[in-house]
Design a protein around this ligand. Sequence first.
Ligand code: CP
Length: 338
Amino acid sequence: MPDTSPISPISLAGRDFISDLDFSISETEAVLELASRLKQEYRAGKPHPLLRDKTLAMLFFFTSTRTRGSFEAGMAQLGGHAAFIDSDTTQISHGDTAKEIGQIFGRYFNAIAIRQCDWGFGNRYINEVAQHSPAPVLNMQCDVYHPFQILADLLTIREYKGKHLKGRKIAVSWAYAASYQKPISVPQSLIIQLARFGMDVVLAHPPEYTLMPEILQQAEQGARQSGGSFRITHDMDEAFENADVVYPKSWGCMLTTSDLKESAEIGKQYTGWICDERRMALAKPDAIYMHCLPADRGLEVTDAVIDGPQSVVYEEAENRLHVQKAVMAMTMGGVAPA
Ligand code: CP
């Protein structure tokens, strides 16, 4: 007899996942539980075709290594199929609206995953598609949030530091990079998700690199409700002191200027904001170093740190696969395998 029991006592069937806060704490816990189970089964070579014959549209307006690879591999491992759709190859530039994408892809596919990071537009676009889609819409990163990255980060932190994160300090710090103006979605999602899971969240950045005021308020509110804490400093060293987790990465100063030349000039004042061995020594001896990748090596972080014993970046990247499979299985529907 096939096992047709629900994959989790909590149902997320048909739900969108666009903001980190779309799932309650108990729903997020259920996702992490399933992700851990799927990770164990994957490592043991045990198949888990929870989404047999189901399909996912992956609509990308922006480049990706990990997100594309992990969603595509994840859908195949769940017994379904993921269609990679580069927006440049669609008729979107010739007039297909967000409503039409929602209505049409939502009929072809069992879920629509979208990466649209354009500042001031991406989140609005994804929400508009969701408003018109009969199928769930999953945010593969927008200008405001990167919720799947932070689910993977949370799973990774729990694997290294335990499930009870109250009293654990994380330094979410800006770091210098020269490659491009990276979205602010990773630090924003980090502070709102980890504050509500009870961590002591310290956000460090030069004054020009502020995050969105409503996101800062959500982080403060989450910390108040969880018994954790949230504060901002402009001193990277101070943020690192006694931290259990350090997460230094670059982001753009979008809230200060939209001029790319000016933002590059602002960034050059802060080339000293790098994660090196001296700074790692300020954190706890067993602190872990995290980065969502890709990193600007030699600028955001030294090779000695990112390739060193405290770095968990590969485990973190792997966990993208497991949390995404859990969310897809729970939102797109599925039953436990035989
Ligand atoms: N961390 C992350 O989202 O990686 P990609 O941009 O390569 O998908």
